[in-house]
Design a protein around this ligand. Structure first.
Ligand SMILES: Nc1ncnc2c1ncn2[C@@H]1O[C@H](COP(=O)(O)OP(=O)(O)OP(=O)(O)O)[C@@H](O)[C@H]1O
Ligand SMILES: [Mg+2]
Length: 311
């Protein structure tokens, strides 16, 4: 008489362990809008724009957090006037600091000047995830992510781990920067993250002596790119010594020179972003169950043994 059980099964076999399900981006409790500031190109002003937008939103009465997601090149401590590495010996470890009304965290708080972070991609992704999830953010209207250049691990992690309200693309006016901005727009579209719009930074220069307007890098390219990609043009920020100096001295222009027209340009962009994020949130469908949420987003990278804790 043949055995009724198939030959590969034992009578006491344990039930199979279900494969882990990709849960999709999960909200952070208490945080309303998570907004990424990105560009494919380096040095176009992402950190400057992130800093001044965060401070502008805070000055308009919003509760704002800011994550320096540029793990290998954190610049926000300098832009907020905080000394590099000042939390290296803190008993609390890495923790956010309230500065100019903004709750800021950066891995630069742990690193003395000149110390490089030499991490592979998966570790960078883990670092960003910890800055998002392992920090007691409390109630926030906006959590802004200052991303590193490129279509990097930090960007992928952010898009896959949290429901981004949208991304702001920063570009300068010259063709090579606009080409990179187009790639950033395409990347967010692939990640099904709405693009809130494009900011043209270093758009023009007003000569201090004659008041003449010089368009050093060209002008209007970002506006044309916005039209071409059917996204909003959020505004233009001039090339201005005060912006550079404010970044180097840790004195954001929106905080320290609020009557400067440049500060007004940042405030106008902040207002447009706030309005857009609210509209998108109202239009969003009700939250789907975790196992089906954002099912069309790519699965997150598997953790590797190299992953390391930053907090
Ligand atoms: N509108 C501006 N006028 C003058 N200087 C500016 C302006 N925007 C940015 N800068 C200066 O340009 C430099 C690069 O800016 P920033 O660090 O914000 O760029 P980034 O895109 O974040 O760079 P990275 O890709 O390295 O992260 C900084 O010294 C900053 O002060
Ligand atoms: Mg930067």
């Amino acid at each position: 008489m043949p055995d009724s059980a198939p030959p590969h099964q034992h009578a006491d076999a344990s039930p199979p362990i279900p494969a882990p399900k990709f849960q999709g981006p999960q909200p952070i409790d208490g945080v309303r809008h998570i907004i990424a500031v990105a560009s494919n190109k380096g040095g176009v002003g992402k950190s400057t724009v992130s800093t001044n937008l965060a401070v502008a939103l805070a000055k308009q009465g919003a509760k704002v957090g800011l994550i320096d997601a540029d793990i290998t090149g954190p610049n926000l401590p300098t832009m907020f006037g905080l000394p590099a590495g000042f939390q290296a010996n803190s008993e609390q470890g890495l923790h956010p600091i309230d500065r100019y009304g903004v709750k800021l965290i950066s891995i630069g708080f742990l690193l003395p000047v000149g110390s490089p972070v030499v991490w592979r991609g998966p570790m960078i992704g883990t670092g960003v995830k910890q800055l998002l999830r392992d920090v007691p953010w409390g109630e926030l209207d906006y959590l802004i992510l200052d991303l590193p250049p490129g279509t990097s691990d930090a960007t992928m992690t952010a898009a896959q781990d949290v429901p981004l309200a949208g991304a702001i693309i920063v570009s300068t006016p010259q063709q090579v920067a606009l080409e990179d901005a187009a790639k950033a727009i395409a990347m967010f579209e692939k990640l099904t993250v709405p693009v809130l719009g494009i900011v043209e930074n270093m758009s023009y220069f007003i000569t201090p002596d004659t008041g003449q307007r010089l368009e050093i890098f060209g002008h209007g390219g970002a506006e044309a790119a916005a039209e071409e990609h059917a996204i909003d043009f959020l505004g233009a920020i001039p090339l201005a010594t005060e912006i550079r100096a404010g970044g180097d001295d840790g004195r954001p222009i929106v905080e320290f020179d609020p009557d400067n027209p440049v500060a007004q340009a940042f405030r106008d962009i902040a207002q447009r972003i706030a309005a857009k994020a609210d509209v998108l949130a109202q239009m969003a469908p009700p939250a789907a169950p975790a196992h089906t949420a954002q099912a069309n987003r790519p699965a997150p990278a598997a953790p590797t043994p190299n992953e390391r804790s930053v907090i």
